[in-house]
Design a protein around this ligand. Structure first.
Ligand code: AMP
Length: 608
């Protein structure tokens, strides 16, 4: 379909032709005719880079009345960079229309300047939710006449914690406005927004729902956790022309890995929220211009970066939320080019690959970390290739030096000469990879070694629990876990459920009885999700809560709110410390409970 067939204002057609757009992109084919011809709410599932800004920008510019100055449309987006990008794009669609005022506002920049800009008149405001709310509270922005609210990258906004701001903004919009929601994925909290605030939205999915880009191949490497960085270096060496984002989970990890890569001679830099805006801009520009090969980044910081044509996306650590993996991997494999998304995982994390396969609908191929010889071979051919394709435009200047160079080398044969030139670059690799160890985990050997590890131990305990389950009747599929939160810190059952909910994103996990003691709590949870729960707690950044398997509480004891003199630790002789605490040699539960803390018993057998 072409834009001429859409009945657009001639000024917009001119702008589109100036921009060089010829045909509609798939999301535009699906959504543009609807938004141009109907007043409706819409949920469009499409990823960034698919042409979605034009999908909502063109209908807005086409329908709004630029003869008046009050605000008729607001676009909410997760980051400052995206706000600026959207405002620029829409300004270009409206470039031939008089008085088309499109104003971006976002945090981290002077609010005074933004207030001045809005006061001059803002037909369309593009905002981050926090700044939007701030300006509404200052009565600078009046949204009482808004016709359309666009929620762009809704899943990102929610995962960045903007839920409350969005709720507050949407609550103040007029009843008869329309909401156009764009999101790459549809997690439960986005569905909730659609349910709570939208009126019978039309839902359009472009491409496969929740899936990654089509031409991305997904690989995972199984290594020991201690070898993660070595594995990363090997991957980087194996792909000499790599142009990648390496995703880490925390700012500290991001900085550490970038520092290590730089120290080890790689063309890498860090991007995270502890850098100033100027520093972030500098790094992003270097990366955009391909003066930087490897960008080590947190998810939040990378959102501001409009680079999608990566050769690789590397999950140095998998994201806590599987949906985030789709965002990460969607940055490669664009424009019909093949892309590679890599996850470096240890045995404990292997179950997460299954989870990702389910959510992306793609197979994850187990790949082998190349050995030293393979890396050297790859580097060698890269050097040879580089030599073959070297830019020879300075040939004439080099000519001047050649006689002297020839005479210096005249004692060497052609073969010797080639060997020496190649060695200049190659020796570094040969030296480094001489006797390099195999980093791959051999699963068949590891399964017995892992038997002493925490997961296997938990599995064993779990099956033991299943064998002689003496907990309440009919709860065969429950396992009992302990959490280091107790009555002394004011714990109530709702808070326990809240902590589990905020840590483990899977809302299908059922919770059974909750027994709160002075310094810890026993909770019955779906046995089949126990490992997932442990991993989610292990991955908490704040290290605040720890869980471990506990012996199920006998029903009779539970109802008596027992004095637990002697405690089950002594009776059962089980070690209930979490893996973290075990390694630190401390016991999170404190002592009083062992001597007989009281429990408050609650039955909460329900789906969260
Ligand atoms: P977006 O998903 O909005 O970030 O768009 C990705 C890129 O596609 C932007 O650079 C747009 O300018 C460009 N684009 C959007 N629509 C079209 C189109 N119909 N034809 C060619 N390029 C487009």
């Amino acid at each position: 379909m072409t834009f001429d067939e859409l009945n657009l204002r001639p000024e917009i057609l001119r702008a589109i032709s100036d921009l060089g757009y010829e045909k509609l992109m798939p999301v535009q084919e699906e959504v543009l005719p609807i938004l141009l011809n109907e007043k409706t709410d819409i949920v469009a599932l499409a990823q960034t880079g698919t042409g979605k800004t034009a999908t909502f920008g063109i209908p807005l510019v086409n329908s709004l009345n630029f003869g008046t100055s009050f605000t008729e449309a607001i676009i909410l987006s997760p980051t400052r960079e995206l706000c600026m990008q959207i405002a620029n794009d829409i300004t270009s669609y409206a470039q031939h229309i008089n008085n088309a005022t499109i104003v971006p506002v976002y945090g981290g920049a002077s609010i005074t300047t933004q207030i001045t800009n809005i006061k001059k008149g803002a037909k369309i405001i593009v905002a981050t939710p926090g700044r939007m709310l701030d300006l509404m509270r200052r009565k600078v922005i009046d949204i009482s006449k808004v016709q359309v609210v666009v929620l762009d990258e809704a899943d990102e906004m929610l995962s960045m914690g903007f839920q409350e701001d969005l709720d507050a903004i949407l609550a103040q919009t007029p009843e008869d406005k329309n909401i156009w929601l764009f999101s790459a994925t549809m997690p439960a909290d986005v569905e909730k927004i659609a349910r709570s605030f939208m009126n019978e939205p039309i839902t359009i999915t472009v491409g496969t729902r929740n899936s990654g880009a089509e031409n991305v191949k997904h690989y995972y490497y199984l290594i020991h956790a201690k070898d993660r960085y070595l594995a990363l270096k090997r991957i980087a060496d194996f792909y000499p022309n790599i142009y990648a984002i390496i995703f880490c989970r925390t700012k500290n990890e991001t900085q550490d890995i970038a520092d290590s890569l730089i120290r080890d001679g790689y063309n890498a830099d860090a991007l995270h929220g502890d850098l100033s805006q100027a520093q972030r801009d500098h790094v992003m520009n270097k990366f955009r211009n391909k003066n930087l090969q490897m960008l080590v980044a947190t998810d939040v910081a990378a959102r501001g970066l409009d680079v999608f044509n990566l050769s690789h996306v590397i999950n140095y650590n998998l994201p806590d939320e599987p949906e985030q993996y789709i965002h990460r991997s969607g940055r490669t494999g664009r424009a019909d080019k093949d892309g590679i998304s890599i996850a470096i995982i240890n045995l404990k994390e292997k179950y997460r690959i299954k989870q990702l396969e389910k959510i992306t609908g793609k197979e994850f191929i187990k790949a082998k970390i190349p050995n030293g010889k393979e890396v050297c071979q790859k580097q060698l051919f890269n050097i040879v290739n580089k030599m073959q394709n070297v830019d020879m435009s300075n040939e004439e200047e080099i000519e001047n030096f050649l006689p002297q160079i020839y005479s210096q080398f005249d004692w060497l044969s052609k073969e010797e000469l080639i060997k020496r030139f190649v060695s200049v670059e190659f020796n570094r690799f040969l030296n480094y990879y001489h006797n390099a160890p195999d980093l791959n985990v051999d699963e068949s050997k590891e399964s017995s070694a892992e038997g002493s590890g925490s997961n296997k131990k938990r599995e064993r305990q779990k099956s033991r629990r299943g064998d002689n389950d003496n907990s309440s009747a009919n709860n065969g599929e429950f396992a009992t876990i302990s959490i280091n939160m107790g009555r002394r810190s004011g714990t109530v059952p709702q808070r326990v459920i809240g902590v589990i909910n905020e840590t483990v994103k899977n809302r299908d996990i059922r919770i059974g009885h909750i027994d709160i003691y002075d310094t810890y709590t026993l909770v019955e949870v779906d046995a089949k999700h126990v490992v997932e729960i442990f991993n989610a707690f292990d991955n908490r950044d704040d290290n605040k809560y720890f869980v471990d398997l506990a012996e199920p509480q006998p029903a009779a004891e539970r109802t008596k709110a027992p004095k637990r003199d002697g405690g089950r630790d002594r009776d059962g002789g089980r070690d209930r410390k979490s893996s973290r605490d075990r390694s630190r040699g401390s016991d999170f539960r404190g002592k009083s409970d062992r001597r007989g803390g009281k429990s408050s018993s609650q039955s909460k057998s329900r789906k969260r």
